[in-house]
Design a protein around this ligand. Sequence first.
Ligand SMILES: [Zn+2]
Ligand SMILES: [Zn+2]
Length: 261
Amino acid sequence: MPDLLIQASLPELALIVLAFFLGLTLFNVPIGFALERLLPRRRIFDVPLAQGQYRFELVGNLVFLAVAVTTFTAVLSSGLVRFGETSLLRDGLTFFVMLAGFQVYYYFLHRAMHHRALVRFHRWHHRSHVTTPLTGQSMSFVESCAWMIGYAGMPLVMSYVAPIGFWGWAAYLVVNIGGNIVGHANVELTRSVTGIRWRSISANPFVYHALHHARWTGHYSFQSSIMDRLCGTEWKDWPVLLQRVMDGQPLRSLKERADPS
Ligand SMILES: [Zn+2]
Ligand SMILES: [Zn+2]
């Protein structure tokens, strides 16, 4: 861990953590809105937002940020995480294990939150039927806490298998947070549909998760389709709908379907 963080008092550490999470939010949200504005012919859903959507999403973001800042301040000040010397190998491995681990964790967390017993904690995120750059971090207190298990609990446990790299962890969070915020924008950035089902194993087009918000079931993965494909929860018609969006024909109903062939 950098000396700056080791030597910081608790309030200073909390301020640094706040600057990290709030800074990434304030950096990525305008990018998402700018993309929606700059690419009107790549709009995914041509369906109006819910009344007061930006307002409740903003509240959800504040809840998420409060939970994230509290969690990371507590975890970093506890001294429980075992950090190794900075090296390309250690930080690279930390990054890629987080990348894979978070996807598996998020998939099962997300599926669990769609169970009748837990869905009340996930409803806040689904108040956004059509997504915006503010949707990604718009969630309830309980769901925010569950995300912290993936963001902070997982690397903490990993560090007892082998000491982790601080910068690999931080870099993964930068990528995850940016992807989550911008990836909820109601706009499609994919350039071509050719081979998209294979390419989605590394990264999904934005239409992919937009369909989860519209349909409620299926597409529990966010970053890539791999877990949905392994577990049989992938919608078969999404490449056709993606093509429509890329042809400048936004989806005009949340119920829009296509013949998968
Ligand atoms: Zn969901
Ligand atoms: Zn979402």
